[in-house]
Design a protein around this ligand. Structure first.
Ligand code: ADP
Ligand code: MG
Length: 670
């Protein structure tokens, strides 16, 4: 036959189709068991006995004392999509029982020999029926029986050799069965569970119907874990869910997490939930160790994906992230309390302490521990805002200063009596935000995003701060605070004012036009304006001008912040603007505009506008220096001094970009 000849398309035999479909639903004995356990529980039984041979492959029998199946229904129970639990499509959204597809028995009948012995309360006797490929074979035979149903599954996958071959060992299949059984037994404390191997006298799993959940955990997982369990309960009306369960406290740990999760009473797994629980415990348990967790989560039926494939152990549900976060928070609280109780245990063990009333302090008295995801460093020294604007005790400030070789600090502190400055300070203070101040006072610098923006953390939140804008504000503030007392930043060699003005006039920002007059004339005007106010500029702002070899030069600039030098490429424009933008006519206006221009020059340059070239042209060395200054000079100054304007909270110069608990959530998923 030619390789290229098209394959013949044949309609698959219906039996084969059903068998393939069944193999999808039932992949191993434990899947079949789970479906049948749920059927028994749906039938409101109080006792379930499971008997297994060869890992469930030879025999898997499940006997319950539930309602039984009516004789007339035996005809159809094993047909696909027959169920007593769903009459209408709309029932799908409110279904409270586990199975609703009517697929389990049908599937089993396609891949095994299935027989059902059942008796209802009202029936005089029981009936035994056998099924093959979804159909009843023969007629149900009357037979003596107790109330309830016994379903026998034999020779599982006898007609699906591939599936049979894929299953590794009987032991492994048995262990899986035992695990499913154990978990359902813990969850269904009103039902007695027994798991036996056929032909053996001992039982593998056994619980009594009157036992509590903790009794069951003790019986099945051992007393070591049972004595370290704490009850966990949570209800949430917003996301319509409720959690109940038992979780191990900080005194208990195992290598591999034991995680029993039931959602709407169906045994499932959720990797997302598992991981977030592991992270919560990671900070309490020894490295690499895990907890024991049993959780029963009930979610409003409308939030459950009813279409989840029956073998899909892994589930997803609506509002999953929010629900998981709530559970995480709840667990965190539980553990904090159980941590406190550990402190209590050790206290009791101290020699001479004895179990006196003194030791039996309520938990609330024990120091409240902070969850790791809420760990923050705080600097909560109470401070008044005016402290940031009036430098009353210069000695105190001086002590914190590192001597600056190129600067000369003002020898004497002069108290500023100028009312114009007092008013400016008052306005400054009124416009400031104490919330933002608090944020900066206790922030932790994270890193520079670029020249303009940096990240910092405060409390459990991450903020994006506009370094440029905020530094400009800081320099305004420092000038107001240290008005008349500023140190000097010496410039050597001192640049000529005229030359600086000429350089500035060549810059596009200067916006020079021919009608403004010749550049030389304008430069002369700049020199004479500054000279006219030389004394005032020096006295109040430490801007020093001197005649060097016939040229008027800037010999000193205000030292606003130790170890901080303004970006000197901005000096020409600063000098030019001092003559054009500062209003020397009015005292208050003069100070305000002078402060404004100086802060503008001193700010950490951003990347916007004309200075876009900065980042592009700077060498890696410069880039490193700039980052160093921002981290080690500017932000520490923000921390110490900055009184941010309230506007920074609205104009995006301070933006909250993340909440740590949210980030935890995100990273845990990765
Ligand atoms: P589903 O559970 O989705 O309805 P199944 O194929 O698992 O579908 O079961 C089909 C029907 O058989 C059930 O709806 C129920 O009426 C009946 N049934 C199965 N097992 C039992 C049992 N152990 N006790 C009583 N009724 C049962
Ligand atoms: Mg079912």
């Amino acid at each position: 036959m030619s390789e290229c000849a098209p394959g013949v398309i044949r309609k698959l035999d219906e039996v084969v189709v059903n068998r393939i479909a069944a193999g999808e639903v039932i992949q191993r004995p434990a899947n079949a068991l789970k479906e049948m356990l749920e059927n028994s529980l749906d039938a409101k039984c109080s006792q379930i006995t499971v008997t297994v041979r060869s890992g469930g492959l030879k025999l898997l029998q499940i006997a319950d004392n539930g309602t039984g199946i009516r004789q007339e229904d035996l005809q159809i129970v094993a047909e696909r999509f027959t169920t007593s639990k769903l009459k209408d499509f709309k029932d799908l959204s409110s279904i409270a029982t586990y199975g609703f597809r009517g697929e389990a028995l049908a599937s089993i009948s396609h891949v095994a020999h299935l027989s059902i012995l059942t008796k209802t309360r009202d029936s005089a006797c029981g009936y035994k029926a056998q099924y093959m490929d979804g159909k009843l074979t023969g007629t149900p035979k009357p037979m003596a029986a107790n109330q309830g149903t016994t379903i026998t599954v034999e020779d599982l996958f006898y007609n699906v050799p591939n599936r049979l071959g894929a299953l590794k060992s009987h032991t492994e299949e048995f262990n899986k069965i035992s695990e499913v059984m154990t978990r359902y037994a813990v969850h269904n404390s009103g039902v007695g569970f027994t798991l036996k191997k056929a032909g053996e006298t001992g039982v593998e799993v056994k619980t009594q119907s009157q036992n509590s959940i903790v009794d069951n955990i003790r019986a099945l997982y051992g007393p070591a874990v049972a004595k370290e369990l704490v009850e966990f309960k949570l209800e949430d009306s917003r996301y319509k869910f409720q959690v109940k369960g038992w979780v191990s406290n900080v005194n208990y740990s195992v290598k591999k997490m034991v995680f029993l999760l039931f959602i709407n009473h169906r045994l499932v797994d959720s990797t997302a939930l598992r991981k977030s629980i592991e992270t919560v415990y990671a900070s309490y348990l020894p490295k690499g160790m895990s907890p024991f967790i049993y959780l029963s989560l009930e979610i409003a039926a409308c939030n459950v994906d009813v279409n989840v494939h029956p073998t899909k152990h892994e589930v997803f549900f609506l509002h999953q992230d929010a629900i998981i976060e709530k559970i995480q928070q709840g667990l965190e609280e539980k553990l904090l309390n159980s941590n406190a109780s550990r402190t209590f245990y050790t206290q009791k063990l101290l020699p001479g302490a004895g179990a006196t009333l003194e030791i039996l302090e309520p938990k609330s008295k024990l120091e409240k521990t902070i969850a790791p995801k809420d760990f923050v460093r705080t600097d909560s020294s109470d401070q008044k805002l005016d402290k940031f604007l009036v430098r009353s005790d210069v000695k105190d400030v001086k002590e914190t200063k590192i001597p600056e070789p190129d600067s000369v600090n003002t020898p004497e502190f002069r108290e500023c009596k100028l009312s114009s400055i007092k008013i400016l300070r008052q306005k400054f203070q009124e416009a400031s935000s104490s919330i933002a101040r608090e944020m900066f006072s206790a922030h932790i610098f994270v890193g520079c995003v670029n020249r303009k923006l940096a990240l910092f953390q405060h409390s459990t939140k991450l903020y994006l701060a506009n370094t440029t804008k905020l530094s400009q504000h800081l320099f305004r503030q420092l000038m107001l605070r240290d008005f008349g007392n500023l140190g000097v930043l010496k410039l050597d060699p001192a640049p000529s004012i005229r030359e600086l003005a000429l350089i500035a006039l060549d810059l596009p920002e200067a916006g020079w036009k021919e009608e403004d007059g010749s550049k030389d004339d304008l430069a002369e005007y700049v020199v004479s304006t500054l000279l006219q106010h030389k004394e005032m500029l020096d006295d109040y702002f430490s801007l020093q001008i001197d005649n060097i070899d016939g040229e008027h030069c800037i010999v000193g600039l205000p030292l606003l912040l130790d170890d901080y030098c303004p970006w000197l490429a901005g000096l020409p424009l600063y000098v030019l603007r001092l003559s054009t933008e500062v209003n020397y006519e009015d005292e208050a206006e003069c100070f305000r505009t002078m402060i404004e221009e100086t802060a503008r020059f001193y700010k950490v340059p951003g990347v916007e506008g004309a200075r876009v070239d900065l980042e592009q042209h700077s060498t890696p060395e410069e880039e490193k220096d700039y980052k160093f200054v921002v981290e080690h000079v500017v932000y520490p100054a923000f921390k110490k001094y900055l009184l941010p304007p309230a506007s920074c909270l609205t104009d995006k110069s301070l933006l909250q970009i993340a909440n740590l608990p949210d980030l935890y959530k995100v990273f845990e998923r990765c």
